[in-house]
Design a protein around this ligand. Structure first.
Ligand SMILES: Nc1nc2c(ncn2[C@@H]2O[C@H](COP(=O)(O)OP(=O)(O)OP(=O)(O)O)[C@@H](O)[C@H]2O)c(=O)[nH]1
Ligand SMILES: [Mg+2]
Length: 325
């Protein structure tokens, strides 16, 4: 079907955000992790920050700069397979000009075959290590690197990919599809022989308060917050709003819809029907009624988005295109 401007004119122009409480999430293991990272800093030569390439300009944790006094560091934009790479050059320019980032590398750590760690990251890392002041650690024959970032951005996957490249060995640190898999600062892991490099994996640290709810919902969409605390349907509603308002309608065909929709419940009812996720409930009059399982349907939608089935997007594309910032 042809999607016309007049068809879309009644779609929402603004998103009503949930209460701020949902993005106020700083569990004990994060506080402890930050503390331990601070203590580990004395033995660290370099910091690599990993962030999600779908939100390259927003959502980075300012606490890293404030609490860890992060030294000049390398920013990895991981999950490049899920973002829209046409913005790559502008993103890098903006990060360097406005956020003081010195080096940026895009990676895909899910598919070691993609070769980004081998051909892009390792050479860049070797180059920067050789040119970096060693903060009272001169003369030592090895480099220690701290890997930091928000939850679920792929820190442990990155370490496993580097280690695999170096030793051919499998996973040294656990990986999982949800935020909060790594819960403590782990022992150092050897990832390169020449130069001799060790890395510390760390738990993902969220900022205690996310001021900007738009940023909060983008973070939720990328799986850096805890889904059930924000609400599956709320996250999918934001996705629907974002896709519609940016003119991306791949979801229509993917979920077998007849046309775009701006109505989350209509959308989730259709998805529930498609995947046959309905709950049987007894009505007050004793009859059985079938109700769509919205939570399960929303989980299907989120999974499809996070696997890139609904398209690859830079959720910060408006910021990239804006004149300021
Ligand atoms: N598509 C894609 N998925 C990735 C990539 N890197 C990691 N993942 C997936 O992202 C999820 C999180 O990866 P982890 O390595 O556990 O992330 P983490 O930052 O260590 O997470 P926490 O320990 O919870 O803070 C896993 O399902 C990975 O398979 C990537 O480059 N592309
Ligand atoms: Mg981890």
């Amino acid at each position: 079907m042809k999607i016309t401007a007049s068809f879309l004119q009644h779609f929402r122009k603004e998103f009503i955000f949930p209460s701020k409480d949902v993005t106020h999430f700083f569990p004990q293991h994060m506080a402890k992790g930050l503390n331990k990272m601070q203590r580990t800093l004395a033995t660290v030569d370099y910091v690599i920050e990993v962030h999600d390439a779908r939100i390259p300009l927003s959502g980075r944790n300012r606490q890293f700069k404030e609490t860890l006094a992060v030294r000049p560091h390398l920013l990895i934009l991981n999950k490049m397979d899920l973002t829209d790479l046409k913005y790559k050059r502008n993103v890098i320019q903006r990060l360097k000009a406005n956020q003081g980032v010195q080096e940026v590398v895009y990676t895909n750590c899910k598919q070691e075959k993609s070769g980004t760690v081998k051909t892009l990251l390792i050479p860049k890392l070797t180059e920067v290590l050789m040119g970096t002041a060693r903060f009272h650690r001169e003369g030592l024959d090895h480099y220690n690197i701290l890997i930091i970032g928000l939850p679920n951005v792929g820190k442990s996957s990155l370490i496993n990919a580097m280690r695999h490249l170096h030793s051919g060995k499998g996973k040294a640190t656990p990986v999982g599809p949800h935020a909060g898999v790594t819960r403590s600062v782990l022992e150092k892991i050897k990832v390169s022989h020449s130069p001799l490099i060790y890395v510390y994996d760390t738990p993902g640290i969220m900022m205690p308060n996310i001021e900007d709810m738009d940023v909060g919902m983008k973070l939720a969409l990328c799986g850096t917050l805890t889904d059930h605390l924000v609400g599956y349907d709320m996250i999918v509603d934001y996705l629907l709003f974002w896709l519609n308002s940016h003119g991306y309608f791949k979801y229509v065909k993917y979920f077998n819809l007849s046309q775009p929709t701006d109505d989350i419940f209509q959308f989730l009812s259709n998805v529930a029907k498609l995947y046959n996720v309905v709950e049987k409930r007894k009505s007050p009059s004793g009859e059985y009624v079938y109700k769509p399982n919205f939570d399960l349907a929303a989980k299907y939608v989120l999974r499809a988005f996070r696997e890139g089935q609904l398209g690859c997007y830079n959720l910060d594309e408006d910021i990239v295109q804006s004149v300021t910032n």
